[in-house]
Design a binder for this molecule. Structure first.
Ligand code: GLC
Length: 416
């Protein structure tokens, strides 16, 4: 009997120890670092908090790298070119995928997608396409951006359909209801300038690269777009310091009640809910040139650092970021537009942001036009920034600028 009691006691202790071990094993999560930027921190932190709470193997820690897309790009370049594993995964601009893949900085995720049966048809095609390079997929689209026209509904009944109508209305309405400007946009010399510039070029039928990847920016269509861009840039209905405008300056000017119209990304509408202009802001597709209305495709993609020591864990978190739940948290907190299409029918979201359920809005997102896809895109963008700035500063004609762009972009592409 005694023996029997001792046996039970030992068994009990062993079970206890095993239980503790199990508990300890559960507590010891693998830590991974997720780097992101720009988009308001609370949304990112909320997504991370949720992920950390719903599983017990991985603990995600956020590294916030602040700055414009160009500044953050350079910070990633420093980390990734050293093949460092200081970060495990990160949020990158759609225009970086080709470059980062070509440089061997990021992991192709084809196998993970197949293994885990990720249904890619749930994602907006343009955003998804932007994650491909050389027939491989390198990331998952986390949210989509497309240039939109915002306007004051209390001043303007029907938004302009063409750039010429915008010009006419900006002149006519400037000064109404305390405004001082008719229109603002992003004209500082950085990636945002390229987005704005290309929206004019594309809307008049111009292109940077044709379907065979030939450089074709020096065209009469591109010239017409450039001329319209300059007509607006030089007008007296844009802020005097428009050359300093990035997204934030536009947001402050427009939501501060200073401008009738503004070009920005969809997040702006949700920001308007926090201001006195709540309920007074309309959102509409960008005006047309003589060919079409063309919003540039923007947005951000989750990518895994090829040098990470925690590929599986990074993938698990990436999957969550791009999942219905992950994208919904971000959209609710930031008002950014999901890439996960079923969310456009989600009541929780559409009640908060009614334009999400407007088929025209989703149509505009789906029609957004990509920037040139190239592993040397940052160089291509820099060339355009320099050449546009010369025209803005009256140091060069539009003709000369387009010629230079074409020549220099050809060289950049050749050198890749
Ligand atoms: C937004 C877009 C991004 C673009 C950037 C330009 O963040 O999502 O694609 O490059 O604006 O400022």
């Amino acid at each position: 009997m005694k023996k029997y009691v001792v046996y039970i006691l030992i068994l009990g202790i062993l079970i206890g120890i095993n239980g503790c071990r199990k508990k300890k094993a559960q507590v010891k999560k693998i830590k991974i670092i997720y780097a992101s930027n720009m988009y308001p921190i609370p949304a990112t932190e909320e997504v991370i908090k949720r992920f950390n709470a719903i599983q017990n193997k991985i603990e995600v820690v956020h590294l916030n790298l602040s700055g414009t897309t160009n500044e953050v790009h350079d910070k990633y370049e420093t980390i990734l070119s050293r093949r460092s594993h200081d970060i495990d995964l990160f949020l990158g601009d759609v225009v970086w995928v080709a470059e980062m893949a070509q440089k061997g900085y990021i992991l192709d995720i084809d196998d993970y997608i197949k293994r885990d049966n990720i249904n890619l048809s749930n994602y907006i095609e343009g955003s998804l396409k932007a994650t491909y390079y050389k027939n491989k997929i390198w990331g998952l689209p986390i949210f989509i951006d497309a240039g939109m026209l915002f306007y004051r509904k209390d001043i303007v009944a029907t938004p302009p359909k063409s750039w010429d109508e915008l010009i006419e209305m900006a002149k006519r309405y400037k000064g109404k209801k305390g405004t001082v400007d008719g229109y603002d946009f992003q004209c500082y010399s950085y990636e945002g300038l390229i987005c704005n510039f290309l929206e004019y070029i594309y809307s008049y039928g111009g292109e940077v690269l044709d379907s065979n990847e030939n450089v074709v920016i020096d065209s009469k269509e591109a010239k017409r777009g450039f001329e319209k861009f300059m007509e607006i840039e030089k007008s007296d209905f844009v802020p005097k310091d428009i050359k300093n405008y990035k997204e934030k300056e536009s947001e402050n000017n427009f939501l501060g009640g200073k401008s009738v119209f503004s070009r920005n990304w969809p997040y702006l509408w949700s920001e308007s809910l926090k201001t006195d202009l709540k309920g007074k802001i309309g959102i509409s597709p960008l005006p047309k040139g003589d060919k079409k209305s063309a919003a540039v495709l923007g947005g951000w993609v989750g990518m895994i650092n090829k040098s990470t020591k925690h590929k599986e864990e990074a993938w698990e978190f990436l999957k969550f970021l791009a999942s219905e739940e992950g994208e919904k948290i971000r959209a609710i907190k930031n008002g950014v537009s999901p890439t996960y299409i079923p969310l456009y029918r989600d009541k929780g979201l559409t009640e908060l942001y009614p334009y999400f359920k407007n088929p025209e809005f989703l149509k505009a997102l789906k029609a957004a036009v990509p920037r040139p896809v190239s592993p040397v895109y940052p160089k291509v963008s820099e060339i355009m920034q320099i050449e546009i700035l010369k025209v803005i500063n009256n140091e060069e004609t539009i003709d000369q600028s387009l010629k230079n762009m074409e020549m220099k972009i050809k060289d950049a592409i050749k050198s890749k």
